[in-house]
Structure formats: structure tokens, C-alpha cells
Design a binder for this molecule. Structure first.
Ligand code: NAP
Length: 299
């Protein structure tokens, strides 16, 4: 492998691969190869060839050729196509290949993909954490597995942003999904809050008030305060949240998140959190560990 500019093979040549290829070319990579099923069937002059040419990519007809002429293979297929695409290319892989699975996928599928690759090549679970069409080569990747650091060390000098997050394949994909628990869940909470505020004709006031609370606090502190505070005060917060629920019902507003908050607070009380945490702990770790230990107990 030429470490200065390893030979790149892109398995899947859609939006993400096309945009990254353009930036790889600008970063000095030459002879970038691309494979997709439609690309393999396309005639010279077809739009996919024009797109490839503009990005500095040569489309190849077979995955065998892609593997033969690449050092790093970056798979950017839809999640459901990742395993079928791997199964097709697997027999062409070499022990010196870095095989980067950058599809959005479950941790389980990544573990399966790593097991399929085995010792045939060096497998890396990689998750793309932002919009490639907007951020190009600067889009953050998180990568995991025993070969993730090699991927980072080879590609970061060329402008990629790669954070190694775990020792095992599956960790990077799990991180992306776990992040979504917060991000998508937060969207639901915000919607429920703002719907209620609008029904009461105090939407702008609520936006202003909640923003003041959040704007000046570093997010690490918000995590610590909200988790520690809930462990200590879960009992008395049930009463307040029941009043919130009553208000939402009176207005005919959505209440799914609020009902869930009450259920969560009741669970924390049943787990004995206020007794375990009479004052807020210095970190969230003991609270999370106590929660996991309580859930592990047979019902
Ligand atoms: N675009 C983004 O900003 C972004 C951001 C985060 C994550 N991602 C993830 O990155 C992956 C790629 O995204 P994308 O936006 O580039 O998707 P896309 O535009 O749909 O492109 C997918 C590519 O994979 C090819 N493909 C599908 N099945 C294949 C197979 N069995 N063998 C070889 N190639 C195959 C498709 O072509 P053919 O069907 O012709 O084979 C196409 O070229 C996805 O998993 C996506 O979730 C993308």
C-alpha cells in the first residue's frame, strides 16, 4: 500500500461517494475507482460516467477489478445492500486491504460484516455523522474496530475527519444510533412543548425562556445536572409532571412524552434512586450504573 496516497476503491457510487470522490481528487488522489451495479451497466457518455469523470473517478465493471486495483475500499451502499455487496466482493479481498463499511447500519449487521470478512482483510465499521453533500471531505466519520486507527492515520492527513470510538466493529454504528435516541427524542420533546405553548399563545415567550436556560450552560453540565437532579428529586417531580399532563389534556395537546416522563420518574422511585442519591453525585456514572443494575434484577 502506498501510504502517502493509498489507492481508493468506492463500492457504491451514489451521492456520498460522488461528493467525497470530488474532494479526494482535490486532495491529490488519482486513479480513484468506483463500482455500482448501474455504473457497471452504463455506456460511455451516460450521466453516471459524466458524474464519475467530473469527480475524478473511473467506473469499473466488476468488484474484482475494484478490489484488485485498490488499497482501501470504502463501501457506501444503502444499509440493506451492505452485506450483499460485501458477499460479492469478499472473495477478491486481500489481507492488506482496508475494508471500510460506511453504510448506515445496525451494530448487529456491522458485527456480521466483520465476521464475514474475518482475517481476509482489515474490516472497519465507519459511520458518517453528517450530510456529505454539504460537508464533503470534512463530514465527521466515527470508526471502530481493531483497524480503525489505521484508517484514521491514513486518511486524516488528506483532510478526512475520523474519530476512533471503539475497539469493536459495531461500536461506531451503535454510537450513531444511540446519538439518534437523543437527537430524535429531543425533537419529540420540543414538538410537545412548543405545541402546548402555541395552544396557550405563549410560543415566543416559551422559546425565549427555555433558550435562556440552555444557552449559557455547556452541554456536559446539562447532562450532569439533569441526570443527577432526576435521581435525587424524581419523587417530588411526579406531582409536578401530573399537573403538566392535566394542562395538556385541558388544551387537547399531545402528551406522549409527558406520560413517558411520569413513567420514567415512577421507575426511578421504584429503583430507590432518592435513597441511593440523597445529593447529586459528581458524575452521572453512578446513576447510570445503578439504573442498569436495577434493570438487571429479576422482576
Ligand atoms: N449522503 C449522505 O449525506 C449520507 C450521510 C450519512 C450517511 N450516509 C450513508 O452512506 C450510504 C450511501 O449513501 P448515499 O447517499 O450515497 O446513497 P445513494 O445515493 O442511494 O447511493 C448508494 C449507492 O450504492 C449502490 N449500491 C446499491 N446496492 C449495491 C450493491 N449491492 N453493490 C454495489 N453497489 C450498490 C447504488 O447503485 P446501484 O443501485 O446502481 O448499485 C448507489 O450507487 C448509505 O448507507 C447512507 O445511509 C449518507
Amino acid at each position: 500500500m502506498t501510504t502517502s496516497h493509498p489507492r481508493l476503491g468506492l463500492l457504491g457510487f451514489g451521492e456520498a461517494a460522488g461528493r467525497l470522490a470530488k474532494d479526494f481528487t482535490q486532495a491529490g488522489f488519482t486513479n480513484i475507482l468506483g463500482y455500482s451495479r448501474s455504473g457497471a451497466k452504463a455506456q460511455p457518455g451516460d450521466p453516471i460516467h459524466q458524474r464519475a469523470q467530473a469527480a475524478g473517478v473511473t467506473l469499473v465493471k466488476t468488484v474484482g477489478t475494484l478490489a484488485k486495483k485498490s488499497d482501501i475500499i470504502i463501501a457506501m451502499t444503502p444499509g440493506k445492500s451492505a452485506l450483499p455487496a460485501l458477499k460479492k466482493i469478499r472473495k477478491h479481498l486481500r489481507p492488506d486491504h482496508l475494508y471500510i463499511d460506511a453504510s448506515s447500519n445496525s451494530a448487529h449487521n456491522m458485527e456480521q460484516a466483520a465476521a464475514l470478512v474475518g482475517a481476509t482483510a482489515k474490516f472497519v465499521d465507519a459511520s458518517i455523522m453528517g450530510p456529505v453533500d454539504i460537508m464533503g471531505i470534512k463530514v465527521p466519520f466515527v470508526a471502530s474496530g481493531p483497524h480503525a486507527a489505521e484508517f484514521r492515520d491514513l486518511m486524516v492527513p488528506h483532510g478526512m475527519v475520523i474519530n476512533v470510538v471503539g475497539a469493536n466493529p459495531g461500536d461506531a454504528s451503535a454510537m450513531k444510533l444511540i446519538r439518534s435516541v437523543l437527537m430524535k427524542g429531543l425533537a419529540g420533546l420540543l414538538l410537545e412543548t412548543m405545541e402546548a405553548a402555541r395552544r396557550r399563545n405563549i410560543l415566543d415567550e416559551v422559546i425565549e425562556d427555555t433558550s435562556v436556560t440552555f444557552n449559557d450552560i455547556p452541554f456536559q453540565k446539562i447532562i450532569k445536572r439533569y441526570i443527577g437532579g432526576t435521581a435525587v428529586h424524581c419523587g417530588r417531580r411526579i406531582h409536578e409532571m401530573k399537573e403538566c399532563l392535566e394542562l395538556l389534556h385541558e388544551m387537547g395537546s399531545s402528551d406522549r412524552n409527558t406520560r413517558n416522563t411520569i413513567a420514567m420518574l415512577r421507575d426511578m422511585v421504584k429503583m430507590g434512586m432518592p435513597e441511593k442519591f440523597p445529593v447529586e453525585p459528581d458524575t452521572i456514572h453512578p446513576v447510570i450504573d445503578a439504573l442498569i443494575a436495577a434493570r438487571a434484577k429479576p422482576a
